[in-house]
Design a protein around this ligand. Structure first.
Ligand code: BEZ
Length: 211
């Protein structure tokens, strides 16, 4: 069955370009992103890995570890990394899992047979420090993912895990937040000393609490 939000991210042991990992141990106490690529030496995947590698300082700032996966073997990944570094002007700085027997891809339901019976779709799993799945995204092979959007969602996930707020449409880090409906008006001054803007009884904004 497909993984759902709130499920525990399944643990596994796998060969990667940075050695064998036990996934949960490798994640440690921080956040993680596991994202799949249909195959090595493919153009869209090459650009995605370069984009993610260049954003590593941003992921590090948020205590997020990245790991990619493709169903090709380790020797193929190692050759591909040379191309990624060359064509994307980057230096690959996170592991790629080799999954030739599709163990991890099946565990995370990354192969969607009606899209392609062999290769993974472009899945993204954001995993919290409690090892629970916090976000899933599924893109088709033909559409490269937006890693700035993934960072934006992580900002929202980390903020809303800490404060009783939600983030509105198109929110960016630093913008006003929505006070969650469970917060009573009487609680607002203590919880949100920066103040609140009441648009409707159910729509109340506050400046981002951790800024
Ligand atoms: C790509 O990564 O470029 C790609 C992979 C599979 C199908 C289409 C594009």
């Amino acid at each position: 069955m497909a993984l759902r939000l709130g499920d525990t991210a399944p643990n596994f042991t796998a060969e990667t370009t940075e050695g064998t990992i036990d996934f949960h141990q490798w994640l440690g106490t921080g956040w993680g992103i596991l994202f799949s690529h249909p195959a090595d030496f493919t153009p869209v995947c090459t650009t995605e890995l370069g984009a993610a590698a260049k954003l590593k300082p941003e992921f590090d700032k948020r205590s997020v570890k990245c790991v990619a996966i493709s169903v090709d073997p380790l020797s193929s990944h190692q050759g591909w990394i040379g191309d990624i570094n060359e064509t994307q002007s980057c230096s690959m700085n996170f592991p790629i899992i080799a999954d030739p027997d599709r163990t991890v891809s099946n565990l995370y339901d990354m192969i969607h047979p009606n899209a392609d019976s062999t290769f993974t779709v472009r899945s993204v799993f954001v995993i919290g420090p409690d090892k629970k799945v916090k976000l899933t995204l599924t893109y088709p092979a033909s559409t490269g993912r937006n890693f700035l959007e993934i960072l934006r969602v992580i900002d929202s996930l980390q903020l809303t895990a800490q404060f009783r707020v939600a983030t509105p449409a198109n929110w960016e880090n630093g913008n006003d937040c929505i006070i969650t409906p469970a917060v009573k008006d009487a609680e607002i001054p203590a919880l949100f000393p920066k103040g609140a803007r009441h648009v409707k009884p159910y729509l109340r904004y506050t400046p981002q609490p951790n800024r």
